[in-house]
Design a protein around this ligand. Sequence first.
Ligand code: IPM
Ligand code: MN
Length: 352
Amino acid sequence: MYKIAVIPGDGTGPEVIQEGLKVLKVTAEKFSFEYQTTFFDYGAKYYLQTGKTLEDEDIEKLKNFDAIYLGAIGSPEVRPGILEKGVLLKLRFSLDQYINLRPIKLYDERFCPIKGKVKEDIDFVVIRENSEGLYKGMGEFRQKGTPEEIAIQISYNTRKGVERCIRYAFEYTRRRNRRKTLTLCGKTNVLTFAWDLWQRVFDEVAREYPDIQTNYAHIDATCMWFVKSPEWFDVIVTDNMFGDIITDLGAILQGGMGIAAGGNINPQGVSMFEPIGGSAPKYTGKGAINPLAAINALGMMLEELGESSAAKAVEEAVIKVVRKKLKSLSAGKMGYSTFQVGDLVAEEINNS
Ligand code: IPM
Ligand code: MN
């Protein structure tokens, strides 16, 4: 019996989570596993009513679950940073979900913005360090509000933090068993403290994985290669900030935020799965948002829980719906409502 904590969150979060749970229900029946969901209402409404984001005791409660399924956090009614830091980043950090796993896979070339690229060209995974770097929140203002003001924001990288991420990436590349190529994406030519450490650890760990080919690309060049030759990539490992940036670019390569999912993974603890597109306030309540990113996040959750066949069935159903039915992956242009897309996926799983 899997215990799943559900945090629908803000904006379109609840709408897409509802479709994900619809798919979970049929998948559980089909693959004969049991689960139980518990809902938590963290997010904008809860904050506006209580003044609280997420307390330490909430984190303790969440530690009793097998996984967390999250919709979206962030609202125009709350000043930027409060919910992002107070809920989303607090979850990632307090639960030590030190890996942010973001697969980038094109399901149908109609939806790729790059001319001439086919499905086979875009199929790689970004492993984003998820607990340190610029996201650590270290820094200070000096002479704030004066013409002499200085704002310092520190990228914090520990040997342990870098090493566990890089080790995960090598293991993942081996398990994925596709092109067995791991690319370190950094900025060794300018950020000579952080990336010196990353490069040293990468080279050291690489010696333990003679079956894995290694590469290095600067972050700026990586952006260029994403567009020019995405087929070049298999698995990429990078820090928190660069990983944040390139996964939005990656999402567009695969057809948009409507399909892109991610897993915040603590291999020894509680992991959390989410569509990476955010709360999309302007589409809230319209039934127009694409639920496939949330459904893909559900698939990733099943994989992490050890239900590999179920995870595979979810992805295959999503692929079929994308190829056979959808006119677009973008909100309002799919040719179906949020609810109908959820039904289509559930149907595919039932018929598989
Ligand atoms: C993401 C988001 C978050 C991040 C924001 C909402 C804090 O952009 O998951 O990529 O920067 O990590
Ligand atoms: Mn982001």
